[in-house]
Design a binder for this molecule. Structure first.
Ligand code: AMP
Length: 218
């Protein structure tokens, strides 16, 4: 299965994609995680990306397209994959389509994870992440706190607050989503690929709806 997730920042894409990747044993390709790792490593792409990420704006398309071309061409992608955060505008969607055709692949389904704006802001500003790149677990101070405050349950690394999860940047990220990414719902809808899943409940309930929508046995 080649699955693509759409949804605003804070809709829960990362959380649901991780669970789904485990359940289906598919690679989870998160553009945000890849970019943050490039920033941490100080690569050329990371240095270029950082200034855009800090402002809540999209990183230039060529950076993302190059990155995904490299990942999607790997042999381990032949069993399928889960795309999270890419594409994020029409130009990226067109490039993805060309790339998948070159690789003799196609998207199986596009999940549109839907949530209200008020909930998005609360979810993002309370989010805490594990900076360990082998873990990348996500918590929330109110909705999903770790057992020990500020420490990752899985790997005991100190949790951090993403610099772009601050209120002023969050506003810009939501505006960027509405302007540039939301039109992809229609783009993929016209291709008959979109299934909308309600992202407002507890992560467990959202996951149940998700696997129902994908017709995966529970
Ligand atoms: P995320 O973790 O998905 O919320 O992404 C964090 C930030 O990375 C975004 O606000 C963008 O600045 C950048 N980013 C992630 N994916 C993309 C993409 N497909 N195109 C451009 N910028 C992206």
């Amino acid at each position: 299965m080649q699955i693509l997730f759409l949804g605003a920042p804070g809709a829960g894409k990362g959380t649901q994609c991780k669970r789904l990747a485990e359940k289906l044993a598919l690679p989870h390709l998160s553009s945000g995680d890849m970019l943050r790792e490039a920033v941490r490593q100080g690569t050329k792409a990371g240095v270029e990306a950082k200034s855009f990420m800090d402002k809540g704006m999209l990183v230039p398309d060529d950076v993302l397209i190059k990155m995904f071309k490299e990942f999607l061409s790997k042999p381990e992608m032949d069993k399928g994959f889960i795309l999270d955060g890419f594409p994020r505008n029409l130009a990226q969607a067109e490039s993805l389509s060309t790339l998948l055709t070159e690789l003799s692949k196609a998207l199986t389904v596009v999940i549109n994870l839907q949530t209200s704006d008020d909930l998005l802001v609360e979810r993002i500003t309370g989010r805490r992440v594990c900076p360990n790149k082998e873990c990348n677990a996500v918590y929330h101070v109110k909705f999903a706190p770790p057992a020990k405050e500020g420490v990752c349950d899985k790997c005991q690394t100190e949790l951090s607050h993403r610099s772009d999860d601050k209120p002023e940047v969050v506003k810009q990220r939501l505006a960027t989503y509405a302007e540039q990414t939301e039109p992809l719902i229609k783009y993929y809808g016209d291709q008959g690929l979109v299934k909308t899943v309600d992202g407002e409940g507890e992560p467990e309930a959202v996951f149940e709806s998700l696997i129902k929508a994908l017709k995966v046995p529970a």
